[in-house]
Design a protein around this ligand. Structure first.
Ligand SMILES: [Mn+2]
Length: 318
């Protein structure tokens, strides 16, 4: 069974590298750090490499150890968390590809199964929730620090325990973490409630630009590189903007386009009841979850907008 292989490979390895996806969210950073702290407890030589991530997650235990680059020589073992495919690791995939053994732990429905050992469970609402099993298997105690990282992943990916996929285990684990001293309300406040000023400025823009399409069942909005510059946005400051459209009564799909480089756009999609936005995104070589997914689309803006809206329309029930 994969989890036994994972334990065996970790025990064998001397130096290990932990990786996650580009534009990492709380589940990505939290899972990577939980894994890092766990392997440290096992006295492993371990690097956690995340080139860029939001300041929101700088409070996490272990964050000070995050590196932008790894060693030149091949690691014995690479572990990726919350990643659906090698491509999503962007420029730092080389550490994964060069490693002697490769493990991935993930919870996305669509996954390339790109490692030697693929521990993937699409029923789990967060990668962090899968890690609980792995950490227990490794015989490491989940303390307040590891618990804080794991709960950050769970809280982010469940939108604060409210998305489909939240299970009895999610609450059982959270209540157990409370007994370990993990501060649930503090994490909640830091990762979901508090917004940066730049996020607020971008929020005003996307609300102003919001278009209602297909009998108000689709919303569309966007931001450009220029908008982010004007708002003084830092990595992660666009987080949550796609949810504004989703949370309006009667809307089934919210579309948010964000310019990521000159004329190239990242589309983020959310749905409420029946559209599998992961299917929509697969048409553009993207992916994700049934209610939250993304893909990249070539601009210019009007072109990208038309393409994504037309694809979404195919799924809307009139
Ligand atoms: Mn995740």
């Amino acid at each position: 069974m994969t989890i036994d292989n994972i334990k065996e490979e970790i025990e064998k390895a001397n130096d290990i590298v932990i990786l996650t996806h580009e534009c990492p969210d709380g589940d990505a950073v939290g899972s990577a750090l939980a894994m890092y702290l766990t392997l440290k407890k096992l006295n492993k030589d371990v690097d956690v490499i995340i080139p860029e991530y939001s300041n929101t997650f700088k409070f996490l235990p272990g964050a000070e150890a995050i590196k932008k680059e790894g060693k030149e020589e091949a690691y014995d073992l690479a572990i990726s968390v919350d990643v659906t495919g090698i491509r999503r690791m962007n420029g730092f995939a080389k550490y994964f590809e060069n490693a002697k053994t490769k493990i991935q732990i993930d919870h996305h429905q669509v996954n390339d199964m790109f490692a030697d050992y693929n521990f993937v469970n699409p029923d789990s609402p967060a990668c962090a929730q899968i890690l609980i099993l792995v950490i227990e298997k490794l015989g490491v105690e989940i303390d307040e620090e590891i618990g804080t990282c794991l709960l950050t992943g769970i809280i982010t990916d469940t939108g604060g325990f409210k998305y489909e996929g939240v299970s009895a285990e999610t609450f059982e684990f959270t209540s157990w973490l409370l007994t370990k001293g993990v501060n649930v309300s503090e994490i909640y406040k830091r990762v979901l409630q508090t917004k940066t000023r730049a996020n607020f400025e971008l929020r005003k823009l996307i609300m102003d630009r919001m278009e209602f399409i297909e009998d108000n069942k689709i919303t569309f909005t966007y931001i450009t590189l220029e908008d982010e510059k004007k708002a003084g946005a830092m990595p992660g400051d666009h987080e949550g903007l796609v949810e504004v459209g989703r949370d309006i009564e009667g809307v089934e799909v919210s579309i948010f386009l964000r310019e990521i480089e000159n004329g190239f756009y990242k589309a983020s999609l959310r749905s409420n009841n029946y559209v599998k936005v992961s299917d929509v995104c697969i048409a553009f070589n993207g992916g994700g979850h049934i209610r939250a997914a993304g893909c990249n689309i070539q601009g210019p803006l009007e072109h990208a907008k038309e393409k994504i809206i037309n694809e979404v329309k195919k799924y809307i029930i009139k």
